[in-house]
Ligand binder design. Structure first.
Ligand SMILES: *Cc1c(COP(=O)(O)O)cnc(C)c1O
Length: 413
C-alpha cells in the first residue's frame, strides 16, 4: 500500500513502466484519467492507420486481403489478445462489438443447456449486457429464455440447477468492484451452469487466467485498455472443449468452414472462426492489431501493480484534503476487490467533471452522481496524479462546479 507522503517524483523515478508513455500520442497539457473508457492512441496505431489507408487500400486494393493478410486479422488479433487473458491463441477471435458477441454467446449457451432457460446476471451490470439478454428474451418465448437480474449480494444464492447461464462483468463499470471469476465459475459449474464473463473493464489491466479458471466463454473490448481506437472491434473467447458443440446463431459467411466455396448451405467452422459473422472492419482491426503491440514486452502483473499504486496515491491524496471531504469514495479500497478505477459520489459530479475537463483533467461522469477516474498505468505518471488532485482541490474550494457552463449536459457524458 502506497501513501501520499512518498513524493510523486520518487514514485515516478521508481516506475518500471515509465518509458511506455513514449509509445502513445498524448495532447500537451492534458491529464487523461479516462483510458478505461477510450484508450489513447499508440504511435504504432497511428502509423498503421496511415499504412492501411495510404498504401494497402489505396495501392493494393482487393489484393490486400491476401497480400496484407486482411482475411486473417480476426484470428491474428485474437491470438495477440489470448496471452493477455490466459487463453490459448486458438481460443480467441476479434470481431464485432461486445454487445453482438454477447448475443451470440447467450443464444448458443441456451442451446447447450436443454431444459434450462434462465440467464442470471446482475442488476447493475453494464446496461448493454442486460439489454442483449432482454432482446433475446423477446424473440424467444418465456419458456425458452428468462433473464434474472439480481443484486450483487444475491448472486451466489441464485446459482441453482434451473439456471442455464451466469453472465457477469468482472469489473463493475461504475464502482470498479471486482468479481472473483475463479470462485464464481467454480460455484456455477457445480450446478451445471455455463459462465460468460465480460472483461470490458479488465482485459489489459488485470491478470486474467481464463483457461486455468475453467471459464467457458468471455467477451471483451478493444477500445478501452487495449487502446484500439473509437469503436475498435471486440473479442470472443470460447474454451476449446466447446468448439465442436456450438451453434453460433449469427451464421454469416465469414464463420463458414470454407467461405469462398460460396455453398448455399451453412456449415460452421469447427474452430474459433465459427464466431465470425460478416466481413471484418479491416481498418479498425488493423489499428487494434498495431495498438496491441504496446503489450509485447509487458507483464500484466506489473501493469496491475502500477494501476493499484496510481489509484492508491490518488485516493490517499483525496482523503488528506479537507476541501475534498464532500467527495464520497464508493469503490472498494481492498486491492483484491477493486479494478483500475475509482468512483466518487457528489451531487454536482457532472459539473465537477466538466470543470476538470476545462482544466485539462479528463475524467468521466456516470449517472446518477458519480465522478469516475480511470488509472491506465501505461501512460500515467504519479506527478500527473498529484497535479490532478490539486486541480480538483481548487475546483472544490472555489465551488467552480456551480458555474452554469459546467452544468449544461452534452450528448455523451
Ligand atoms: C464498454 C462496455 C461494453 C461495450 O459494448 P459495445 O457493444 O462494444 O459497445 C459492454 N459491456 C461492458 C461491461 C462495457 O464496459
Amino acid at each position: 500500500m502506497i501513501n501520499g507522503r512518498i513524493s510523486a517524483e520518487l514514485l515516478d523515478s521508481r516506475d518500471g513502466l515509465s518509458a511506455k508513455k513514449n509509445e502513445f500520442v498524448l495532447p500537451e497539457g492534458v491529464i487523461y484519467l479516462d483510458g478505461n473508457s477510450l484508450g489513447p492512441m499508440p504511435r504504432a496505431a497511428q502509423i498503421r492507420s496511415r499504412e492501411v489507408v495510404e498504401n494497402q487500400w489505396s495501392n493494393d486494393l482487393i489484393t490486400s486481403w491476401n497480400k496484407h493478410q486482411w482475411i486473417d486479422l480476426p484470428e491474428l488479433v485474437g491470438a495477440k489478445i489470448a496471452p493477455l487473458i490466459g487463453a490459448k491463441p486458438t481460443e480467441v477471435i476479434c470481431c464485432d462489438s461486445v454487445s453482438v458477441n454477447l448475443f451470440k454467446l447467450l443464444a448458443l449457451g441456451l442451446q447447450l443447456q436443454p431444459g434450462r432457460t434462465k440467464i442470471l446476471s446482475q442488476r447493475d451490470n453494464f446496461p448493454t449486457d442486460l439489454y442483449i439478454a432482454q432482446g433475446l428474451q423477446k424473440i424467444l418465448s418465456s419458456e425458452q429464455c428468462e433473464l434474472i437480474a439480481v443484486d450483487e449480494a444475491d448472486i451466489e444464492s441464485f446459482l441453482t440447477e434451473d439456471i442455464a447461464i451466469l453472465t457477469l462483468t468482472q469489473v463493475n463499470f461504475r464502482s470498479g468492484q471486482v468479481h472473483n471469476i475463479k470462485k464464481l465459475t467454480e460455484k456455477a459449474h457445480q450446478k451445471g451452469i455455463l459462465v460468460i464473463w465480460d472483461l470490458a473493464h479488465s482485459a489489459g489491466v488485470m491478470p486474467i487466467e481464463l483457461d486455468q479458471w475453467n471459464v467457458d466463454f468471455a467477451v471483451g473490448c478493444g477500445y478501452k485498455y487495449f487502446n484500439g481506437g473509437p469503436g475498435a472491434p471486440a473479442f470472443v473467447f470460447a474454451a476449446e472443449r466447446w468448439h465442436s458443440k456450438l451453434n453460433q446463431p449469427l451464421a454469416g459467411w465469414m464463420g463458414h468452414i470454407s467461405p469462398f466455396d460460396f455453398s448455399p448451405e451453412y456449415e460452421g467452422a469447427q474452430n474459433i472462426k465459427q464466431f465470425l459473422c460478416g466481413t471484418p472492419s479491416v481498418i479498425s482491426m488493423a489499428v487494434l492489431d498495431a495498438a496491441l503491440d504496446v503489450y509485447r514486452d509487458l507483464s500484466i502483473d506489473d501493469v496491475r501493480c502500477k494501476a493499484l499504486q496510481l489509484a492508491d496515491f490518488f485516493a490517499f491524496q483525496v482523503s488528506q484534503s479537507n476541501e475534498l471531504d464532500d467527495l464520497v469514495l464508493i469503490s472498494p479500497t481492498k486491492h483484491e476487490l477493486r479494478g483500475s478505477q475509482l468512483a466518487y459520489q457528489h451531487s454536482y459530479a457532472y459539473a465537477i467533471c466538466q470543470a476538470l475537463i476545462a482544466h485539462g483533467v479528463i475524467a468521466d461522469f456516470r449517472e446518477p452522481n458519480l465522478l469516475r477516474f480511470g488509472f491506465s498505468p501505461l501512460f500515467l505518471t504519479f506527478s500527473e496524479i498529484e497535479q490532478s488532485v490539486s486541480i480538483l482541490r481548487k475546483i472544490m474550494s472555489e465551488k467552480e462546479y456551480l458555474k452554469e457552463e459546467f452544468n449544461r449536459r452534452q450528448k455523451v457524458t
